[in-house]
Design a binder for this molecule. Structure first.
Ligand SMILES: [Zn+2]
Length: 239
């Protein structure tokens, strides 16, 4: 009898290990549709981001991050390929969100790693670049940004600026889009601004993301974020 229960225990343990391995593997790489996938941070990407958007830190490891590839349509309606680095806990959602945006041909100016701009958020925003991970503090604060954990994505930041903070309008070249009323805004791309009836807002919301445009004082119109339980419960971050 004892031998039999030991046998069952061994079988159960092997089964658990098998499930764990399978889960870890599934977690490491994922393909949703053709052109919409993520993988672990490769050697090449590691080289590209180390010392730039990724720095030695106590908050996040390279293993916590995933490299996402998606397709999108630019402002001219041309199909393009984009890349993002995001936290593995939101990576699946992100791939699916961008697939939905692609399906409705949602316009995105461009989507390059922020390392193309030497991890300088201002330069990336001024270039209207959609991006996610960047180990940095919140602009004008000593608190860690959600971007530092790969939990926030800035969409078309020039036409969806961050307004009302101590820093003024970010990016500065997005000031025309401070006016969010489409009828009053004089910006060329005013019809692409994010607001509550916008498809990007609806899609991000569907996947449990919140929007910086709903904040009370500062309005960060480009900023969508999702904070998984692990980070919410840690008590380490002031968001
Ligand atoms: Zn942001």
């Amino acid at each position: 009898m004892r031998r039999k229960s030991a046998y069952i225990c061994t079988l159960a343990a092997l089964f658990a290990i098998g499930i764990a391995c399978f889960t870890a593997k599934a977690d490491a790489a994922y393909e949703y549709e053709d052109g919409f996938s993520y993988s672990k941070i490769t050697k090449d990407i590691k080289e590209k981001i180390t010392g730039s958007s990724y720095k030695k830190n106590p908050d996040i490891t390279l293993d916590d991050l995933r490299y996402v590839r998606v397709k999108y349509y630019n402002y001219k309606g041309k199909e393009k390929e984009g890349e993002l680095i995001v936290n593995k806990l939101v990576a699946k959602d992100v791939v699916k969100i961008f697939y939905e945006l692609y399906e409705i041909e949602y316009p995105i100016r461009q989507m390059k790693l922020i390392d193309e701009y030497d991890a300088d958020d201002n330069r990336s925003m001024e270039a209207d670049n959609t991006s996610c991970f960047n180990y940095r503090k919140i602009a004008g604060s000593t608190n860690l940004s959600m971007h530092a954990l790969g939990l926030a994505i800035d969409i078309n930041p020039k036409i969806n600026p961050c307004v009302g903070g101590a820093h003024g309008i970010l990016p500065a070249n997005g000031s025309l889009y401070k006016e969010r009323d489409v009828k009053k805004c004089k910006g060329k791309y005013k019809d692409m601004m994010i607001h509550k009836n916008d498809e990007a807002y609806k899609i991000f919301k569907k996947y449990g993301f919140s929007w910086g445009g709903n904040w009370k004082n500062m309005k960060d119109y480009q900023h969508f974020y999702k904070v998984p339980k692990k980070y919410r419960d840690s008590g380490r971050y002031e968001w």
